[in-house]
Design a protein around this ligand. Structure first.
Ligand code: FES
Ligand code: FES
Length: 203
């Protein structure tokens, strides 16, 4: 089947290497009303210390057995670097059972049994996800800070069939901020990927 996915081949240029790094994410360490979602205040300050909990997390199809402070957010479980940590920027967006969530607002202990997908889980072997490829084609990033969250939210936006027009994409991606102002390119990349996968509303 014809797709616009691109291979993670070794003959990429330096520009492409930076691009691939941005769209495939960083190191894996460990809203909507969904289990595990907490308020920003609780995420920041969850009160007195509690006994560690054994937690089994499924991330990108792999089970991870962890012992965590019950107050640990999903974001802190997944990554060393984080964005605002307050639910405001969208940089921490991951998929939970296919739905987008801000991982800084989710407690890891409360998402046990859920299927978590991060940017590292999008590519199929050496083939980038169509939206990752579109981000490279459209130069849809500059510093790359927001890019993993933009792509995960974009994947959900397409799956929700909210990518029917540039304005619709802007509306449904409004929770993901880009301080570099790459919005036009991000919208174009999402539109390309939606068309490539036939996931445009009414299409
Ligand atoms: S780090 Fe989660 S929304 Fe900013
Ligand atoms: S590319 Fe720099 S914040 Fe979006």
């Amino acid at each position: 089947m014809e797709t616009n996915s691109r291979s993670l081949s070794s003959d990429v240029t330096r520009r492409e290497l930076l691009a691939v790094t941005a769209v495939t994410g960083g190191a894996l360490v460990g809203g909507q009303l969904m289990p595990g979602i907490i308020s920003p205040a609780r995420a920041q300050d969850a009160g007195a210390a509690s006994a560690p909990l054994d937690v089994v997390l499924r991330v990108n199809g792999t089970e991870h057995r962890l012992t965590l402070d019950p107050r640990t957010t999903l974001l802190d479980t997944l990554r060393e670097k984080k964005g605002c940590g307050l639910g405001q920027c969208g940089a921490c967006t991951v998929l939970m059972d296919g739905k987008r969530v801000k991982s800084c607002l989710s407690l890891a202990a409360l998402v046990e049994g859920r299927e978590i997908t991060t940017i590292e889980g999008l590519a199929q072997g050496a083939d980038l996800h169509p939206l990752q490829a579109a981000f490279i084609e459209r130069d849809a990033f500059q510093c790359g800070y927001c890019t993993p969250g933009q792509i995960m939210a974009g994947v959900a936006c397409i799956a929700e069939r909210h990518a029917g027009s540039p304005q619709e994409i802007r509306d449904w991606m409004s929770g993901n901020l880009c301080r570099c102002g790459a919005y036009d390119h991000i919208v174009a990349a999402i539109q390309d990927a939606a068309q490539a996968t036939g996931s445009v509303r009414g299409g």
